[in-house]
Design a protein around this ligand. Sequence first.
Ligand code: APR
Ligand code: PHB
Length: 393
Amino acid sequence: MRTQVAIVGAGPAGLLLGALLHRHGVDNLIVEQRSPAYVLGRIRAGVLEQVTVGLLEEAGVAARLHAEGLPHEGFDLCFAGQRHRIDLQRLVGKHVTVYGQTEVTRDLMEHRTAIGRSTVYEAQDVAVHDFDGEQPRVSYRLGGQAHEIQADFIVGCDGFHGVSRASVPAAALKTYEKIYPFGWLGVLADVPPVAHELIYGNTERGFMLASMRSATRSRYYVQCSLDDKVENWSDEAFWDEFRRRLPAEDAARLVTGPSLEKSIAPLRSFVAEPMRFGRLFLAGDAAHIVPPTGAKGLNLAAGDVGLLSRAFAEFYAGSHGSRHVGIDTYSQRALARVWKAERFSWWFTSLMHQFPENGEFGARMQLAELEYMFTSEAAQRAVAENYVGLPLA
Ligand code: APR
Ligand code: PHB
């Protein structure tokens, strides 16, 4: 098989890249190691920046998002008995859209089928070859048969544990990593959200987040210890803990119910530089990870593939002189946005979680920062500007 762009991974990054390339008339193939059901079964965050919404519109995959997504013009921060709303619309004139990543992935999968683009699912032993030359290849096995795709370019959209970054010689990569000393215990339940906007709380018992997927489906999180196990948490135990971390007025109206999904996720910051190696490009979680506090993971993946799709469109359509500009500057432009989102995600995580190891002084620094933010329009605007998402270069 031959294509112009071979994409490894059919998560949000790979699927959105495929849809954008199709829009720009660039031929592409996606190779995914899991089944469609497995990919859809992953529960991830659900806050879309306007840049992400715009890219889904550009790809022609925003109809259901506009019909079912929930525009959110602000969110609440709770700390030490205080509560303050960050008014995104007033501060920066933008809002975010609450719409689950699972639904984004579903929409992209259905779109890809509708446009007749193929995705190879349940591919085994996927490998990338010769990306330092002019004729890169992707090989894989399907049903016991060996297959190969010749391409002009390969894009690794295969996530943190994928094969693409792992195929780059270690000497060619610089990685940066921070592991946080706690996890997030998350519950998805068909109960009405406790509030109409998101509530982020830093309580003495730890971080809490009240989020949602719709008016009838809630997504709630509590900070837990790294060695905690999800089997230690019955639904009842979770609801009791979540209720204790909610502000009293919300706890009083909390509706509980059976969990549809319950899991513990570790928190990590990670960046691999550069994001290009000859004719292999990295995008999304394959190149960077953020702690979920700032809801940046999906949005950074979308930004990467937005830049890449325009770079490839320019390459295939542009005059000989300019055709390489986008692909030659992709890594530097993507990383400029990635590092700013890494900083915001790290800062927000450091502000909103309990770090006993930081002692009383660390706790007072958190309190001082939050009290400064509650009284400073400039500080609130900085938070709002980062939360709604920075512009695409
Ligand atoms: N071969 C083929 N596919 C692979 C391989 C491989 N060797 N390794 C991983 N994959 C697939 C995974 O099965 C997954 O479907 O690549 C896809 C990567 O998807 P994600 O991990 O979702 O990463 P990305 O598309 O960059 O989306 C980032 O997803 O994980 C969340 O928090 C993250 O919101 C962020 C978003
Ligand atoms: C979610 O809805 O899963 C979610 C929302 C906001 C975050 C993180 C997760 O910051």
